[in-house]
Design a protein around this ligand. Sequence first.
Ligand code: CA
Length: 485
Amino acid sequence: MRLPRFPLAATLVALAPVVLAAENAPSSKPNILLILTDDQGYADLGCQGSPDLRTPNIDSIAASGVRFSHGYVTAPQCSPSRAGMLTGIAQNRFGYLDNNNNRGLPALEDAPTIAEILRSTGYRTKMIGKWHIGAERNEEGGASTGGALGLANLPEKRGFDEVVMIEEGGSHYFPYSPSGIKYMKDRGREPRLREVSGPDKLGSFIENLPPETYLTDYFSERAAEFVRLNKSKPWFLYLAYNAPHDPVMAPDADIEANSHIKDEKRKKYAGMVTAVDRGVGEVLAALKETDQLENTIVIFLSDNGAPPENGGRNAPLQGWKGDLFEGGVRVPYMVSWPAALPAGKVYDNVVSSLDILPTAAMAAGASLHNKLDGVDLVPFLTGSNSGQPHPIHRVAWRQAYFGIENNLKMIRNNKQPKADRYSDIKKLPADTNFNLEENPGEDPENQVTEGEDLESLVNSTEKWRAVIDAEAQSQSLNPSPAGLR
Ligand code: CA
């Protein structure tokens, strides 16, 4: 079932581009490398304090740039998190509630994706990995490229010149092996990778890769290839690993490299992260070899927190993928841009995955439209703006939502329509409030129960929720209500 697109006229009127000059930017446009992992826990990097995972290459991004201690995604689940990140708009505002209940992306005129914006300023754009952006599944519950996703939501229709993709999560990691082909076909899924290239942008399936092809390694190889081939003009590469989402499987050598881990599931998960880290190292090496590292913005984050079943960890945060405790939505997140940002910095104010689009757009010299909920982070990271990027931070997922202001967090769950298989939030009372500084693990036994600050946050967040619900109902996007108090 396809739902109607947003009417164009209503929102074009409100589109008033604001053109600002990116500060401290080098004279040439930077490349943008956006690396996303899938279901990777907050604790699961060396630079995040992991006692057992070794990730020297990903850690090197933090060492050469800024690591965010309070970096949030916009949903504790794959598809809505990506929809928000790629548009810079809180996805509930355009009716993108969860993996299966959404209207797809808004039209280009309402909400250009990061790829569309960068391409319009002369960037070569490529997407490699898991896409997982689309509209509702078909009535049979199956998913097929161009069917369930909807043709309008394919990456080549939303700004990407070149694509190497799998459709969604839960993919077998050796898709060209006999067991991988069977695994995917048993689930009604396409085992082959889809590629789009050339001026006519015709998509086709990649045939006959060796059966031992491991998805993570293949994505890394194609990413490094793109970096080497595109030295002469600015580019945007969205490298969306599906690891370490389940099924938990890694090459034997990568599992063996983690033999210090005794728990078998954790060891396999660590093997998946080892492969991602190796791949990130290969892409960074390609940047160095071609003298592009200095003026490339490298962003790394996970699309949501770890679920309990893949062996990941979100400690010391409470909760998992699928709820609105910190463990569901606060993720490993960092950015480096040697030409313009400080190195080795930890930034503690709240930042959002919604900030990636405006940050990249400003660095590229593009204009920002007034529907964006994200902000350009560069002035905050250089120190020229000592304020907070998001003095009040809010996230809505399904019918639940939370607000954070000065470490005070309120979660509201009173309209949650259905229990999620991961959800711990359903165990909570409807009104749950924490001081994250004093209670970072969100122990329900130690809640904030009263105070003017709490009252103010609750009132303004409930007002925000009503505004975005009305906006989604109306199916037209308005200027961002992010500053609503
Ligand atoms: Ca995910």
